[in-house]
Design a binder for this molecule. Structure first.
Ligand code: GLY
Length: 284
């Protein structure tokens, strides 16, 4: 639809994030925003809540492992100055979003992966931890013994990435995106979440967008930067998210299990969301 009910009487600051698990994360982000802290600090603090929740099976500690039983995490962060940082295939670190922020602030690079990302995190003082919980391990063993074991498991509802966007009282935008990725993925697989422009994009002149769902599909249309460009051309956040989803659907013959969801926010603080399947929700 063209209008989104949450945009009525909207005022800044605003924080939105993917899925119902975003509500707890938003509360922490809001604690920062309401006292005038900036959007970057808010989104980092917010998604750390979800990363540190061992009951959440798609982000941070407790996330579902890859096919080999290893938890490998992807994350990125971007601020209103278009500065950004990311990590991919990072093991043994509970809060990859904070490592991504260190990549942004302490290195000339944007993306560190694998062993290099882990060594950098340890140098920066992050603690090494076992991220595979007993529950996640038990489910992985069940999956390995099942007939489906050749197929990674698709998440439709209440799963996947937390992506968060915020606009602070100064009107500056930031975003964060973090995930353990597609459950039982092939070892080495990286999705959209650490890819600036796919899982997350911020342009402080226009707005910001972020993604959840099957990362391969999001990457194919460079999802989040596409939405920001659509908003630049005059689309509302809602219209832009819808067009990105439709573009993905057009480019895939088989829509079975193709869950993708986008969130967007513009400079006025208006928000929008759209997904390919029913069941996608977001926290405002
Ligand atoms: N959107 C998360 C992933 O595909 O890894």
């Amino acid at each position: 639809t063209k209008t989104n009910p949450v945009n009525k009487n909207q005022s800044k600051p605003v924080v939105i994030s993917t899925w119902i698990h975003g509500m707890e994360a938003n509360k922490t982000a809001w604690e920062r925003l309401k006292v005038g802290d900036n959007a970057l600090n808010a989104v980092e603090a917010g998604v750390r809540v979800t990363e540190s929740d061992p009951k959440n099976r798609s982000v941070g500690i407790g996330g579902n492992p890859d096919a080999a039983g290893e938890v490998t995490l992807d994350a990125c962060i971007m601020n209103h100055k278009s500065e950004c940082g990311a990590v991919a295939y990072l093991k043994n670190i509970e809060n990859p979003i904070s490592v991504a922020r260190k990549v942004m602030e302490e290195t000339p690079h944007v993306l560190l992966v694998g062993q290099g990302a882990l060594s950098f995190a340890i140098e920066q003082g992050f603690e090494k931890k076992d991220l595979l919980t007993e529950e996640a391990k038990a489910d992985w063993i069940k999956w390995k013994e099942s007939e489906n074991q050749k197929k990674p498991e698709i998440n439709h509802e209440n799963h996947d990435t937390i992506s968060m966007l915020a606009i602070d009282k100064e009107g500056n935008l930031s975003g964060a995106c973090t995930t353990s990725g597609w459950a039982y993925k092939l070892p080495g697989r990286v999705g959209d979440s650490p890819i600036i422009g796919s899982g997350l994009f911020v342009d402080n002149e226009v707005g910001a967008a972020c993604a959840t769902g099957i990362g391969e599909a999001v990457i194919r249309i460079s999802g989040s930067s596409t939405i920001v460009e659509l908003m630049r051309q005059g689309k509302s956040p809602q219209e832009a998210c819808k067009e990105a989803v439709n573009r993905i659907l057009k480019k895939h013959k088989d829509h079975e299990g193709l869950q993708v969801g986008f969130l967007a926010i513009n400079k006025k603080g208006e928000v929008g969301a759209y997904s390919s399947y029913y069941g996608f929700n977001y926290a405002y």
